[in-house]
Write a protein that binds this ligand. Structure first.
Ligand code: ADP
Length: 631
C-alpha cells in the first residue's frame, strides 16, 4: 500500500478554507452536491455501458446509498457510478476544474466579500468540508482493476493511497467525518427530509440505511420529466432545476413539453431567475442536456438551442436518436436542427405570453437576460419578428421599461422615426448633449446602453415601418417640432425658428472659417438643432459607422476603420454667437483660434476621448478662465 501526499492547487486551497470557515446558513446543501455528483456518475456509467456492455453488469448497481454511523460520527454516500482512477482523482478532487466550481473561483477572485458568494454557487464536492473535518473517498473506475482512497482534512493537502481493488466495488464511497456541530446530519428524520428534497426527482434509486441495517428507498427513481405534468410540484421542479443547472435560484419559468410528430421527444426547460456569472464568457454555450430514452448522453450539445438562448437550462429526452450517437453525429444531426427550431419557437412564445400576462415579472427576466436575447436580433434575423416585440428599453420620457409598441403609441404628430441613443451606460447617455434638442421638444429617445444594441439596431433598420435613427449618427432634422415640449412648430424653413428664445446666429461665415481650421480632422462641419445648452458636439457622418459601434469593435481588438466625424455647432449658443462676431470683426484673431480649438476639444471630451493635445488644452483653458475672472 503506497500513499502519496499532494498539495491542492492554490485556488482550491483558498476555496476550501473559505468553505470550511464561512458561517453558512444553509450548509445542508453539501448533501445535494454529493448526491448530485453520485447521480451524474451513475448517468455516465450507464452511458458508457451503451458502447461497452461489460462496464455494467446490470442496472442494479446504478443506485445511491446513504448511511449514517452515530458511534463513529460519520456519514457515507455510496454510488455505483463511473468511479475515478488516479488521474481522475488528481484532476477532479485536487483542482477546481469546471462548471459551477470554476465560476465560483472566478467570481471569488473578483469579489471582496467572497463568503456571500457561497450562497449563490454550488461549490460542488468541496462543500463536504462545510460539515466534515475529514473526508475520505474510496473509488474504483468502471473497466479498471485498481482502487484508490483519496483523503483530506481540507487544509492544503490531500493523500491518495492504493487500496484493494478486488474488495472495492465499482463506484465511489464518500465518508464524511462530521464536525462536532454537524451531528444533526446523523439523525434519520433530518436525512430523510433532505434526501427527499434533493433526490426525489432523480432517475436512480436513493436509499437510506437505517441503524439496524435496513435500506429504505426514499425517492421514486422515475425520471421527473416522464411523470405527468400535473403531478409535478413546484418544489420538485425547483429541486430538479437546481440539480441540472447547478444553481440555487428558483426557476423563473418552466416549460414541460411532450412533442410528437416528425420527432418524438420530451423537453423540460427552465428559464432561470438569476443571471449566471459566466453568461457573457465566450466559451459559454447552450446548457441543455441531451438524453436518449432516459439515458444521459451529453451536456455538450450546443446544437439544441441558439446561442442567444444560452441561459435556458434543462434537458431534452429523445425517442428517435440512436443511443450510441457520437459528438460528430450530433453536430450534423437533422433531428437536432428540428428540435432547435421547435424549442426556440416555444421559448420565445412563452416569453411573449409572460410579457403580456406578467409585465413586472417579465421586467425582472429582461434585466437578467435581455442583453443576451437581443443577440438573436442579428444572429437569427428570421426570428426578428418574434424577438423584437420582446425587447424592452429604458427611455428618456418613461419611468421603468417600455417596448417598441409603447414608443410608437407615444410618438409625436409628424414623427416618423424611432430615436435611440447608444452609449457606454445609461448615465453617460443621459448626460450626452445630443439629447438636449430632443428633450427640449419632448421627443422620446430610447436608451440603448447594452453593447449589443449598437449591432442589432442598425441591422434591424425599422420596426412597424418606422426607421430607427441614432441621435449620434447622421443629421437630425428637428425643425418640425417646437422646443416647448408639446406644441408642434409651424415651420417656414427659417433656421432656428423652432427654438424658445435665443436668436440663431447665421453660422455661414463661422462654419466656413472653422472648415479651414479643422479640414483635416472632420468630414464636415454644420449647424444643428439637436443641441440646446451645449455649443458643439460630434456625430458620425451618415455614410460612416456609428461611434459607439466603432468603440466597441476597437475595444474587442477589431479594426473598425476610422469613423467619419461631423462637428455640429449650435447657432443659438452664446459662445458660438460671440465667436461668429469675433471672426467677422477681427479676422485673424488669435483669441478666436484659441476658442475654436477649445470648442473642438470639448466636443471630444464629451465623447469620452482625450483632447488632441491634452497639455495644450489645459494651458489654453487656464488662460481663458483667468481672462474670464479678470474680465
Ligand atoms: P462539478 O460537479 O461541478 O464538476 P464537483 O466539485 O462537485 O464539481 O466535482 C468535481 C468532479 O469530480 C466532477 O465533475 C466529477 O468528475 C468528479 N466526481 C465528483 N463526485 C464523483 C462521484 N461520486 N463519482 C465520480 N466522479 C465524481
Amino acid at each position: 500500500m503506497t500513499t502519496q501526499t499532494h498539495s491542492f492547487q492554490a485556488e482550491t486551497a483558498r476555496l476550501l478554507n473559505l468553505v470550511a470557515t464561512a458561517l453558512y446558513s444553509e450548509r445542508e446543501v453539501f448533501l445535494r452536491e454529493l448526491i448530485s455528483n453520485a447521480s451524474d456518475a451513475c448517468d455516465k456509467r450507464r452511458f458508457l455501458a451503451q458502447q461497452q456492455a461489460d462496464l455494467l453488469d446490470a442496472d442494479a448497481s446504478l443506485k445511491i446509498l446513504i448511511a449514517a454511523n452515530r458511534d463513529a460520527g460519520t456519514l457515507a454516500i455510496t454510488d455505483g457510478g463511473i468511479g475515478m482512477d488516479h488521474d481522475d482523482l488528481m484532476a477532479n478532487l485536487g483542482t477546481i476544474a469546471k462548471s459551477g466550481t470554476a465560476d465560483f473561483a472566478a467570481a471569488m477572485a473578483e469579489s471582496k466579500d467572497a463568503s456571500s458568494l457561497i450562497g449563490q454557487f454550488g461549490v460542488g464536492f468541496y462543500s463536504a468540508f462545510m460539515v466534515a473535518d475529514r473526508v475520505t473517498v474510496d473509488t474504483r473506475k468502471a473497466g479498471t482493476e485498481n482502487a484508490f482512497r483519496w483523503e483530506s482534512t481540507g487544509d492544503g493537502s490531500f493523500t491518495i493511497t492504493d487500496i484493494d481493488g478486488a474488495e472495492t466495488p465499482i463506484g465511489t464511497t464518500i465518508v464524511l467525518h462530521l464536525k462536532g456541530d454537524a451531528h444533526e446530519f446523523l439523525e434519520a428524520y433530518r436525512l430523510q427530509a433532505l434526501v427527499r428534497l434533493y433526490a426525489d426527482h432523480m432517475t436512480f434509486p436513493v436509499s437510506l440505511l437505517s441503524e439496524d441495517g435496513e435500506a429504505e428507498q426514499i425517492n421514486e427513481a422515475q425520471a421527473l420529466w416522464l411523470r405527468p405534468k400535473a403531478e409535478i410540484t413546484d418544489e420538485q421542479h425547483k429541486a430538479f432545476y437546481n440539480h441540472v443547472a447547478g444553481t440555487f435560484d428558483e426557476p423563473w419559468e418552466t416549460l414541460h413539453l411532450n412533442l410528437e410528430g416528425q420527432l418524438e421527444y420530451t423537453a423540460l426547460l427552465y428559464l432561470p431567475t438569476q443571471r449566471p456569472f459566466d453568461l457573457f464568457q465566450p466559451e459559454r454555450r447552450c446548457q441543455i442536456k441531451l438524453f436518449v430514452r432516459r439515458v444521459f448522453i451529453t451536456d455538450d450539445a450546443p446544437e439544441l438551442l441558439p446561442a442567444y438562448l444560452r441561459f435556458v437550462q434543462g434537458l431534452i429526452d429523445s425517442q428517435d436518436l440512436p443511443l450510441n450517437i457520437s459528438r460528430e453525429m450530433l453536430q450534423n444531426a437533422p433531428q437536432l436542427q428540428v428540435m432547435n427550431r421547435q424549442l426556440t419557437k416555444r421559448v420565445l412564445s412563452t416569453l411573449a405570453k409572460r410579457k403580456k400576462d406578467d409585465p413586472e415579472g417579465y421586467d425582472q427576466f429582461w434585466e437578467a437576460f435581455g442583453a443576451v436575447l437581443k443577440e438573436g436580433l442579428y444572429e437569427d434575423r428570421d426570428r426578428g419578428e418574434d424577438i423584437l416585440p420582446l425587447v424592452r428599453f429604458k427611455s428618456t420620457t418613461q419611468d421603468g421599461l417600455t417596448d417598441l409598441d409603447g414608443y410608437l403609441g407615444r410618438m409625436k404628430e409628424g414623427q416618423t422615426q424611432i430615436f435611440y441613443a447608444t452609449g457606454e451606460s445609461e448615465a453617460s447617455i443621459l448626460a450626452s448633449p445630443h439629447l438636449e434638442g430632443f428633450r427640449d421638444r419632448g421627443l422620446e429617445v430610447l436608451i440603448a446602453a447594452d453593447a449589443v444594441d449598437a449591432f442589432w439596431i442598425p441591422t434591424t433598420g425599422a420596426y412597424d415601418g418606422k426607421f430607427f435613427v441614432s441621435i449620434t449618427h447622421g443629421a437630425a432634422d428637428l425643425s418640425a417640432f417646437a422646443a416647448d415640449a408639446g406644441v408642434d412648430a409651424e415651420t417656414d424653413g427659417t433656421y432656428g425658428k423652432a427654438d424658445t428664445g435665443a436668436e440663431a446666429t447665421d453660422p455661414g461665415e463661422l462654419i466656413a472659417w472653422l472648415k479651414t481650421r479643422f479640414d483635416q480632422d472632420v468630414a464636415d462641419i454644420r449647424p444643428t438643432d439637436r443641441l440646446a445648452d451645449s455649443p458643439a458636439c460630434f456625430v458620425a457622418s451618415e455614410n460612416s459607422m456609428d461611434m459607439q459601434l466603432s468603440k466597441i469593435l476597437k475595444a474587442s481588438g477589431q479594426d473598425a476603420g476610422a469613423v467619419q466625424r461631423v462637428l455640429e455647432i449650435n447657432p443659438r449658443h452664446p459662445l458660438v454667437a460671440s465667436l461668429a462676431t469675433e471672426i467677422s470683426s477681427a479676422p485673424g484673431s488669435t483669441r478666436a483660434e484659441q476658442v475654436a480649438d477649445l470648442l473642438f476639444d470639448m466636443a471630444l471630451v464629451v465623447e469620452g476621448e482625450a483632447p488632441r493635445n491634452p497639455g495644450t488644452f489645459a494651458k489654453s483653458l487656464a488662460q481663458v478662465l483667468d481672462g474670464a475672472l479678470k474680465g
